[in-house]
Design a protein around this ligand. Structure first.
Ligand code: HEM
Length: 180
């Protein structure tokens, strides 16, 4: 997992809960990296799981809820860092259906070692999109938050339903309907 995912996560934890909580979750996690991340480095995904687990214990929020909140912050970071990737889209459905064939393709060029999910488009119309998310990291709540923010970016909202295809969340169907 790319360092930017860790650095932004810890920055948000510091902002919301303070530096003591950052130190506490790093210490409890006993990380190989010792919690020292650079945005371009690459680190074990297990370190993120461990940080999330201890933050979940501290906040009494589920890991899924934490991922949802974090992804909404992460979208702003992505939009500010890679404006050109978003600029070419005129609407959220267009943009979301292009993650697989454009956005994440470009991300992989920028970060060859990025570990990205796949999003297969099953159905697409003007106000409706069905996609299947697949990733060994089971970060579907992270995807949900990024999708919500994509709609917000275009001054729109959507009703998004997730249906697990695999119980562990490594395969999830997203049913997205743009609210008119
Ligand atoms: C992960 C970039 C838009 C879904 C990531 C990562 C980067 C990235 C750098 C981390 C990869 C790693 O740690 O190795 C971008 C950029 C975007 C964008 C630059 C737009 C400008 C989106 C959108 C979605 C999405 C709109 C909506 C569904 C995900 C998910 C992950 C991810 C779910 C977590 C990894 C996983 O599930 O396996 N993306 N992304 N991304 N991205 Fe994107």
């Amino acid at each position: 997992m790319k360092g930017i995912v860790f650095t932004e996560f810890l920055a948000l934890v510091e902002d919301k809960f303070g530096l003591e909580v950052v130190d506490e979750i790093i210490e409890k996690s006993e990380l190989k990296s010792q919690g020292i991340y650079t945005s371009v480095g690459t680190y074990d995904f297990s370190e993120m799981l461990s940080l999330l687990k201890y933050l979940s214990e501290y906040t009494e929020l589920s890991v899924d809820d934490l991922l949802l909140v974090y992804s909404e912050h992460f979208f702003s970071v992505l939009a500010a860092s890679y404006p050109d990737l978003i600029k070419k889209y005129t609407g959220p459905i267009e943009m979301l259906s292009s993650i697989e064939n454009h956005i994440h393709v470009e991300v992989q060029k920028i970060y060859p070692d990025a570990e990205l999910p796949t999003f297969e488009v099953i159905e697409k119309s003007e106000n409706h999109l069905i996609m299947i998310y697949k990733s060994s990291r089971a970060m579907h709540y992270f995807g949900l938050g990024l999708m919500n923010k994509t709609f917000e970016h275009f001054n729109s909202t959507a009703t998004i339903k997730m249906e697990k295809i695999k119980e562990d969340g490594t395969e999830v169907k997203f049913l997205i309907t743009k609210n008119s």
